[in-house]
Design a protein around this ligand. Structure first.
Ligand SMILES: Cc1ncc(COP(=O)(O)O)c(C=O)c1O
Length: 405
């Protein structure tokens, strides 16, 4: 058997897609309605936070079944505010997963608290409640699960742990706009607070943007104050044409508000969220069928009755049966004209987090193993059938050229 990576990464011949037709990973599906709404916003002269943000918040609260939805500038901002509004601060610990985007853990650090990385479940790659229970200390203040790729976490078990120890339960819903638990309840309503992302690659896109959901009116009010300089709640009225009013500043807040330009995109993206999900589900089924016999692990499906948001289609390479590392596989896809992503390398792979959190490589073996073998394929609702077939041709060509059977 050849050692890994000895064979060339490119299977040879013409690339599946020439450079001028390169398939970008995570390209958004923007429609004419969004374009018209942005133009309308520009013409209205009201570019900042205003009526369209209010419309988007109402529509999002309706869609997600949350009593309150507060639009902000990013999911990172939403997570930071969720920490602060939950009273998380210096001396506190927040338990989260190592297999996530750095923003999840950075938000805990920004609040002055200590992230505690607990290894994920090796099948689902979501936070493992049994391991979480073992890591509770008197300093634990909150749990921060991430519905990775859109697959719902075991929220019932996490709720029980949070309830037993008086902890806040904050959901990182960056991938989970359409996620539902087995009882049909939406992500973002399964804990105390839900933080969503509308970054360019996400299922609903506002270029940059985020949303916080909660059933607690007090939390929602506090988040609004923190998101806008710490100005008293009435300050939001300055975004109306009621005329000038003085406001109070009650604390040193942040500049985390969303603009009407962003909300103009979000309103129409959200209107198509279910149709886009149906398209991604169809692509997902096509990928599953096409890759079933390759030396790769297919992405885990949701438990019975639950709904996966189909945000990321991930393959885990079976490195024992494939003579190619993940990085070389991604490079080979690139050479074939197909963009791919890595979601994610475990945070214990980063020297910064090892030093800052005092953790070592090897402390989260499941997340580290997955993070070395995982890659994400294009899954945008904007892909046409030919794009999907090109992805399949490229993946099969590379995998079959390097299979060790
Ligand atoms: C799991 C997760 N959490 C948080 C974020 C941060 O989102 P944003 O870019 O909107 O700040 C992302 C963004 O990619 C993410 O994937």
């Amino acid at each position: 058997m050849r050692p890994i990576d000895q064979k060339p990464a490119i299977a040879g011949g013409k690339p599946v897609r020439p450079p001028e037709r390169y398939l970008v990973f995570g390209a958004p599906a923007i429609g004419e309605a969004e374009i018209a709404e942005v133009v309308d916003t520009l013409r209205s002269g009201w570019l900042g936070t205003g009526p369209k943000v209010a419309r988007f918040e109402e529509a999002f609260a309706r869609y997600s079944g949350a009593a309150h939805a507060v639009a902000v500038s990013s999911c990172t901002a939403a997570l930071h505010l969720a920490m602060l509004a939950s009273g998380v601060g210096p001396g506190d610990e927040v338990i989260t997963t190592p297999l996530t985007f750095c923003a999840t853990v950075n938000a805990i650090l920004h609040a002055g608290a200590t992230p505690v990385l607990v290894d994920c479940d090796p099948r689902t790659l979501d936070l493992d409640p049994a391991r979480v229970a073992e890591r509770i200390t008197p300093r634990t203040r909150a749990l921060l699960p991430v519905h990775l790729a859109g697959l719902p976490c075991e929220m019932q078990a996490l709720r029980e742990i949070a309830g037993a120890h008086g902890l806040r339960l904050i959901e990182d819903c960056a991938h989970a706009i359409e996620t539902r638990d087995a009882a049909g309840r939406p992500a973002g309503t399964l804990g105390d607070l839900g933080a969503f992302s509308f970054y360019v690659t996400k299922n609903v896109v506002t270029a940059e943007g985020g949303m916080l959901t909660t059933s607690d009116a007090g939390l929602a009010d506090r988040i609004k104050v923190l998101a806008l300089h710490g100005m008293s709640r009435d300050a939001w009225r300055r975004f109306s044409d009621d005329g000038f009013k003085h406001y109070e500043v009650t604390e040193a807040g942040f500049k985390y508000n969303m603009t009407d330009l962003q909300a103009a995109l979000g309103i129409h993206q959200l209107a198509r969220v279910e149709a886009n999900l149906a398209r991604r589900e169809a692509i997902w089924r096509r990928y599953d069928a096409a890759f079933a016999e390759l030396p790769v692990e297919l992405p885990p499906g949701p438990p019975p009755g639950a709904r996966h948001a189909r945000h990321l289609y991930t393959l885990r390479l079976e490195t024992g049966r494939l003579l190619l590392s993940r990085d070389r596989f991604v490079a080979a896809l690139h050479a074939e004209g197909i963009g791919a992503g890595v979601h994610y390398r475990a945070l214990t792979e980063y020297a910064f987090y090892r030093e800052r959190l005092g953790v070592s490589l090897g402390s989260c073996p499941h997340a580290e193993d997955a993070g070395r073998r995982i890659l994400s394929l294009p899954l945008s609702a904007g892909l046409c059938d030919e794009d999907v077939e090109d992805v399949i041709t490229a993946v099969r060509r590379i995998a079959l050229a390097h299979a060790a059977w």
